[in-house]
Design a binder for this molecule. Structure first.
Ligand code: FEO
Length: 391
C-alpha cells in the first residue's frame, strides 16, 4: 500500500485488511480492519511506530520502499499484541540497525511472544523522551488499554498522540482521517465494547491524561486517524461513565416455541411501556452487536429453554461473554421454559458473578406459557420500568 502523509514527514504506512472477517478467532469484523503503522522522519533519526499483522507485512514494506526509507533507527512498540508487533522480526531483518523502543513490561512480552533478542531493545520509562532531531517523542505508560504493557507515544512538536488500540475502530476505509464521524463512532463504540469495556476504570484515568495533553491529532492502530479528536474523546467519556441508559438487552433462544412466545410477549410489553429494547436471537446474533448494545443498557434479560436442566449452550456462551466484558449493567432477569426441571437461574447468576447487577424475580414456566405466566412477564416489565425511573 502507498504511504499517506498525515503531516510534514509523518506518514501512515500500515496495512488495510479489507477481507478479514474474524479477529482473535472470536470477534466478527463486518467492515474489516486496519493495522496502522506510522513513520516519523526527524532531521536526525527516523522512527516507526508499531508494525502490522505479519500476514500484511508486504503492505508495510511497500510503503517504506515507496518513501525510499533507507534507515530506521527506532521501532516503537506501544503494544505487544501480534497484530502490531508481529512484523517486528521482519522489520529488524530489513533494518538491522534499528532498536526496538518500549517499556520493560512490553519488552518482556515481545521476548516471550516473538523471541526477539534482548540486546535489540532500548527500554524507556514513563514520560521519557527520545529526540529525532527536530522532533521529540514522549512515552506515556497507559496500562490496561487492552494489555498491562500498553503505552502511548506523543509527538510533542506536532501534538500527535499515537494511542495504540485506545480509541481505535475495526474499520477498513479509504479515508485516512475520520471523515464520516457517525460511521466511525459506531465502529469505535463496537470496538470499545469488544476490547476496552472490561478496562473502563483504567480508561477513565487515561482519558484525563489525554485531555491534559490536548492533542491536535490522535492516531490509533486500528481505523482512521482523528484530526478532530474531541468527538471520540467525548464519546469515550460517556461510554466509560457509570451511568446506564434506560435500555433493555433481551437475549433469547427457543427450542419448541415456548420461550419464543415469552420473549416476544415481553418485548411487546416493554415497548408498550416506552422502554427501548434490543432483542437478539442467540441462534444468529453477532456477538459484537450484543457487546455494543451492552455499553449503555441498564438491564439485560436472558430468555432460554432448559437444556438438561441448564440454559441453552448458546445462552451460556453469551452470558459468559457479557460477564467477561464487565458492562455497567444494573439489573438482570431470567425468563424461559423447561420440561421436567431446571437450574437456569442459579447457573446464569453464577456465570454473571463479575457484573454487579441485581437479579429481578425470574419468570419460568413448565411447557407452554399460561395467562398467569404472561401476567408475570408484565410484572417483570413494570419492575424494570420502576428501576429505570431511578437511573
Ligand atoms: Fe490491536 Fe490489542 O491489538
Amino acid at each position: 500500500m502507498a504511504a499517506r502523509e498525515i503531516e510534514n514527514k509523518i506518514y501512515s504506512v500500515g496495512a488495510i485488511d479489507w477481507d478479514r472477517t474474524l479477529f482473535d478467532a472470536l470477534i466478527p469484523l463486518p467492515h474489516g480492519t486496519s493495522y496502522n503503522s506510522y513513520l516519523i522522519q526527524g532531521s536526525e533519526k527516523t522512527a516507526l511506530i508499531d508494525t502490522v499483522e505479519p500476514t500484511k507485512f508486504d503492505q508495510l514494506k511497500k510503503s517504506l520502499v515507496n518513501l525510499d526509507v533507507k534507515k530506521i533507527d527506532y521501532i516503537i512498540s506501544n503494544h505487544a499484541e501480534q497484530d502490531h508487533s508481529g512484523s517486528i522480526p521482519a522489520m529488524l531483518e530489513l533494518y538491522p540497525g534499528a532498536k526496538v523502543v518500549t517499556n520493560s513490561k512490553c519488552r518482556d512480552f515481545l521476548i516471550q511472544l516473538l523471541h526477539l533478542p534482548e540486546e535489540k531493545f532500548l527500554v524507556i520509562n514513563d514520560r521519557d523522551t527520545l529526540s529525532l532531531g527536530d522532533k521529540t517523542l514522549e512515552f506515556i505508560l497507559a496500562p490496561w488499554v487492552h494489555w498491562p504493557e500498553t503505552m502511548f507515544t506523543y509527538l510533542q512538536e506536532d501534538k500527535i498522540l499515537f494511542s495504540g488500540d485506545f480509541l481505535g475502530s475495526h474499520l477498513a476505509t479509504s479515508d485516512l482521517f475520520a471523515e464520516d464521524q457517525s460511521n466511525v463512532l459506531r465502529e469505535a463504540k463496537r470496538y470499545y465494547a469488544e476490547i476496552m469495556m472490561p478496562f473502563a476504570k483504567s480508561i477513565r484515568k487515561h482519558l484525563q491524561t489525554v485531555d491534559d495533553l490536548n492533542p491536535a491529532v490522535i492516531a490509533p492502530t486500528h481505523g482512521p486517524v482523528y484530526d478532530n479528536p474531541q468527538f471520540i474523546l467525548n464519546a469515550y467519556k460517556d461510554w466509560v461513565s457509570e451511568d446506564a441508559k434506560s435500555e433493555v438487552v433481551l437475549l433469547y433462544v427457543s427450542m419448541h416455541g415456548s420461550t419464543e412466545q415469552m420473549a416476544h410477549y415481553f418485548l411487546d410489553v416493554l415497548m408498550q411501556r416506552g422502554v427501548s429494547v434490543q432483542p437478539f436471537n442467540m441462534m444468529s446474533a453477532d456477538i459484537g452487536e450484543i457487546a455494543l448494545a451492552m455499553v449503555d443498557a441498564a438491564t439485560v434479560v436472558f430468555a432460554s429453554p432448559a437444556v438438561l436442566m441448564g440454559p441453552h449452550p448458546n445462552m451460556v456462551s453469551a452470558v459468559y461473554l457479557i460477564n467477561s466484558l464487565k458492562p455497567k449493567t444494573k439489573y438482570a432477569a431470567v425468563i424461559g421454559s423447561y420440561g421436567w426441571g431446571n437450574k437456569m437461574v442459579e447457573q446464569i447468576t453464577s456465570l454473571m458473578s463479575g457484573v454487579k447487577a441485581e437479579f429481578l424475580p425470574p419468570v419460568l414456566t413448565k411447557g407452554l406459557p399460561s395467562d398467569q405466566d404472561f401476567k408475570e412477564l408484565e410484572r417483570l416489565a413494570d419492575a424494570i420500568v420502576e428501576k429505570h425511573a431511578d437511573l
